[in-house]
Design a protein around this ligand. Structure first.
Ligand SMILES: [Zn+2]
Length: 281
């Protein structure tokens, strides 16, 4: 609905307009993802690609895919394979609010280049590739009822044109054949950018940034949610979003991200060449 510049629309009308616009944008991207083919030139260096990896061989070798053994809750790699269902000491000492978290790749220079292009350079053609990698670790999360992206505040959404987490979430929802529910979680207020803040600073900055709108509570009640984001750094964002979903009535929350920071994983571990990951010892 159009309003003259000097007249503010009533809040309710503005919300409805916003919701409709968000839904339209997301549906457009869903179609692009479903119809999208993997890039024919390398997503990183633009060299022609022969196979179906979406990356040339040298770039592909740089990608560090996360593999088991990992902590069943946090998804962080563990040095020893102690069998299925083992939790890390960190998850036992300080249990996160989510049921489990998984990431496709380690957030390093290569992953950062992909995410940066996707996020800030409008490379939506990278989405099918990123979703394909996330699908590898999403298989064990098929028991969820809906897929929800970590929302952007609407002001940032306007400046960035689209919520990259919603694009990834739409692709995962389509793959798992579960509904994509981008309006179940809302950003309550604009938060300062997380970049450059300490862990405590990030936690305080983000703690109350999310909320479940009253109109979404019925859809969420008793449901198992798969929360999707592009990058997990300290975990403060997905933990705050998880707590908001649980407060809003969700039964459980799983977290799936494209890339995550893994401390102490320097070097060539988990190089992506389809060969088994080398042991971490
Ligand atoms: Zn390349």
């Amino acid at each position: 609905m159009w309003y003259p510049e000097h007249v503010s629309p009533p809040p309710a009308a503005r919300d409805v307009d916003w919701a409709l616009r968000a839904r339209g944008l997301v549906q457009g991207f869903v179609r692009r993802i479903v119809d999208g083919a993997l890039p024919t030139s390398c997503a990183l260096c633009r060299e022609p690609v022969a196979g179906d990896h979406g990356l040339c061989v040298p770039c592909w070798r740089k990608v560090r895919f996360l593999e088991r053994p990992w902590c069943e809750v946090t998804g962080l790699p563990m040095r020893l394979d102690l069998g299925p269902g083992v939790l890390s000491a960190a998850a036992l000492a300080d249990p996160p609010p989510y049921r489990r978290a998984r990431a496709a790749v380690v957030y390093d220079e290569t992953a950062a280049a992909l995410v940066g292009a996707f996020k800030y350079a409008d490379r939506t053609d990278l989405a099918p590739l990123m979703v394909a990698w996330m699908r590898r670790v999403a298989a064990e999360m098929a028991d969820v009822d809906m897929v929800v992206p970590v929302p952007l505040h609407r002001w940032r959404l306007l400046s960035r044109r689209f919520n990259q987490a919603a694009v990834l979430a739409a692709g995962i929802a389509s793959h798992l054949d579960r509904p994509h529910r981008p309006l179940v979680l809302a950003r309550r207020r604009a938060t300062a950018r997380q970049v450059g803040l300490s862990r405590q600073g990030r936690k305080a900055n983000i703690a109350y940034a999310f909320a479940v709108p009253p109109r979404a509570r019925r859809a969420l009640a008793g449901r198992r949610v798969l929360l999707v984001d592009d990058v997990l750094t300290t975990g403060a964002t997905v933990e705050a979003a998880t707590r908001a979903l649980l407060r809003g009535g969700a039964r459980s929350v799983d977290v799936l991200v494209f890339a995550r920071v893994v401390a102490g994983l320097e070097g060539s571990l988990y190089s992506g060449s389809h060969s088994p990951a080398p042991p971490l010892l």
